[in-house]
Each structure stands twice: as C-alpha cells, then as structure tokens.
Ligand binder design. Sequence first.
Ligand code: SAM
Ligand code: SF4
Ligand code: F3S
Length: 428
Amino acid sequence: MTKKFYIKTFGCQMNKNDSLIMSKILKDHGFEPVANEESADIFIVNTCTVRAHAENRALAYISGLRNWRQAGKRVLAVVGCLAVDKADTITKHLHAVDLILGPDSYRKIADYVSEIMEADTRIIDTKLGDETYYGVYPSAPQISSYVSIMRGCDNYCSYCIVPYVRGRARSRNPTDIFKEVAHLIKSGVKDVTLLGQNVNEYHYERYDFAELLARTSEVHELFRLRFLTSHPKDFSKNTVQVIKTHDKICEWFHLPLQSGNNRILQLMNRKYSKEEYRHLIAFIRQEIPHATITTDVIVGFPTETEEEFQDTISLLEEIRFDDTYMYRYSVRSGTKASKLKSLSEDITKNRLTKLITAQHKIVRERTADMIGKTYEVLFESEAKNNASRGKTRGNKDVVVDTQIAPGEVRRVKITCVKGHTPIGTVVH
Ligand code: SAM
Ligand code: SF4
Ligand code: F3S
C-alpha cells in the first residue's frame, strides 16, 4: 500500500522551499502527500531555531505528537535547522522521534523512511556539506513560488545561528536554476522569488548575482522576478541597474538594517555603517524612485543603550521603510553575541513596543499614500465576500471587490485602506 506523508513547516521561506524539495523527493519514491496528519504514515516537522521562541514552539509541537506516533506503525521525522542544533536533546528527551535530518540530507529522506519502516530503527543524519539539490524541481501549486539559488551562510552576524545550522554558503548551478524556473512556469507560476540568506553573494563561474538576475528574467513566459534576502554590504550598483533596466524584475528591495547605530552594527558584525546603508538607499531611490524598500530590525542587542536604540528609531523615521520586521534580540547559544551580557526582558520589550509604534505610523502613512494611485496587480487568490487578493510589483497585498481568477493581471486604482490592506477597483 502507498505510504502517505504530511509535512508541517515552521520558519522562513528557505524552510518552506525545503519542504517542497522533500515532498518532491518522497513523491518520486512513490510516497503520497496528504492534507493532514490523521491519515499519514509519516509526519515530518520542518523546524526553525532562529530565535528562542521558534525553538520552544517547535519543541512543544513535537512533544505533542507522542500520541500520534503511538497510534500505529508510523514514522515521526524532525528535520531542518532545530534538528541540527538540538539533535542530542531530541534523541535524549523526545523518544517518539524516529528520524532526525539536517537541511543537507533530504535527498536520502525516502530511503531513511523506508529503512525505519522495515527495521524499526532510529536514524540521525545532520551532516552539512555542499548539497544544492541539483536536478530536484519541486512543483508549486500557486501563482508565486520560491527558487533557492544559494544555501548556507558564511557571514556570521554575531547574533545569528543560521551559519551553524545551514552550513557554508554555496551557489547553485545557474542552468539548474533556469530549468527550475521554466518548470514552475509550466505548472502555472508567474511570480518567482530567488532565495538565499545573502543573494548578493551569489557566485558561480562567470555569473554574479546581477548576471544571474538578468538571465533568469529572460526565462520564457516568466511574468515577475524577485529576490530575497539582500545583505547591504554586498548590494552592487550594477544590480540596481539590472533591476532598473529589466521590466520583469520587481523593484522591491528587502535590505535588513538590524540597527541604526554604528557601534551596535559593528558588534553585530554587519560590516556596513549607518552612513553606507543610507547611501545605498539614496542610490536606489535616485535610480528607481518608486522602489519598495523593506527591512529587518533587532532591538535590545547586548549593551545597546537607550541613545543607541534611539538612533535606530531616527533612521527608520528618516528612511521611512514600506515595511519592517521587528524582533527582540534572542540569545542563541554558540554565537559570538551569546558571550555578551543580555539586557533585561523589560528593556527589550519596551524598546520593541516603541519601535512598533513608530513603524506602524510610517506604514499607515505610506499605505494611505497609495490612495488615488494605480498599480499593476497580479491576482493570487480569492478573498472573503467574492473579493480577490493580489500583489503589486512592490509586494503589497491589494484587495478588490470583484472576482478575478488567480494568475490574471489588472490595473487597480486604490480607493481606501482597511486595517493595513489597500482596497481598490479594477481600472482595466
Ligand atoms: N540572511 C538574512 C539576513 O541577513 O537578513 C535573514 C536571516 S534571519 C532568517 C531573518 C532575520 O531574523 C534577520 O534579519 C534578523 O533580523 C533576525 N534574527 C536573526 N537572528 C536573531 C536573533 N538571535 N535574535 C533576534 N532576531 C534575529
Ligand atoms: Fe544570519 Fe547574517 Fe547570515 Fe543573515 S547574513 S543568515 S543574519 S549570519
Ligand atoms: Fe530559516 Fe529559521 Fe532556519 S529562519 S534558515 S528556518 S533557523
């Protein structure tokens, strides 16, 4: 009988993409995906450990699967970033877990599952290496999809656990990337996001990131191309020019700032100053005035003073990002920053609240600025009450009160804002 699997994914787009890779590998080996765990023989939990909260959430979720595991001859797999970091803890304390895999071991997932089913054994493989999943082209049932162009990270920002759990940075063969993009387009995808922890470091033979971006945008019938995430220290002016001159590449820049204070940036090992960051933003806005710029910020990094935190607020108010992902610093053991004395929870909570208040005001104002303007919207899904939801080139969600099939493109004039969502009417 065909064995069925269910995957629960925590974490970032990388992990979501990895779940599609595992799904493709399992399907190629005759396993069948199911929509929930009840009928599954194999339960895969793809985990994140970027902050303590993500770790605790994943561990609590896995603990809660003991009954599921005991209800039959089943396999429980814990994979992904937390699996690498906490393989020992999981082995010792979570006895229901049969399989522990790191992000570079998914090629063997089907074989490992079969081995466990036959021999009732436990397998742990968290080795990290140079895997790029060459030749594995996952299917995506949506209008927009991700394609990973790099894996791992060598930047070692002092707060970050990612380099330890995802291994060395490596770039994927460009031919393989073009093939995957073409494969996705054939299955109905129109909007592709190239993924990496720092896509600006992409480098494969004669290809750098600017060249890869330009060539990928030429893949037949691709409608929109995006990329995530950019590191400010490596963003080249040439890449900005490529974005400016290639229509299909969307003018959306996600450029994590992390802090607006130079001493903290240096302690974070970010390798740019606030002045360099400001300069990059000015250059982007000079070349592409309607660019959407979003960012990530961490508050309460060890030793951050109130004035240094104010520098971050001031820079946010000066740059006026379209959106900001805001986090409280979370200590990750093994990282360089973990050796520094953390600030109290009260201080970091208080700073996060202040930052959220300041940024929400900016987002409200920027979204209100959209009213009266017309945008190209690629529709992706239905919304409540016969409405439809789509995305602008700047990655803003827009809702219109008419039914428009996913994959269709319309010009939409924004008429009002509900919550944070711009609402519009179709112009043509
Ligand atoms: N490589 C990307 C980059 O450089 O921005 C993304 C890395 S991480 C998956 C996404 C965001 O999580 C980071 O930009 C950072 O703001 C945040 N982050 C990473 N480690 C953190 C930590 N220890 N505490 C709080 N936030 C953290
Ligand atoms: Fe983490 Fe820095 Fe690498 Fe991003 S660039 S994954 S923040 S170490
Ligand atoms: Fe992503 Fe979390 Fe791993 S943010 S890279 S899934 S630690």
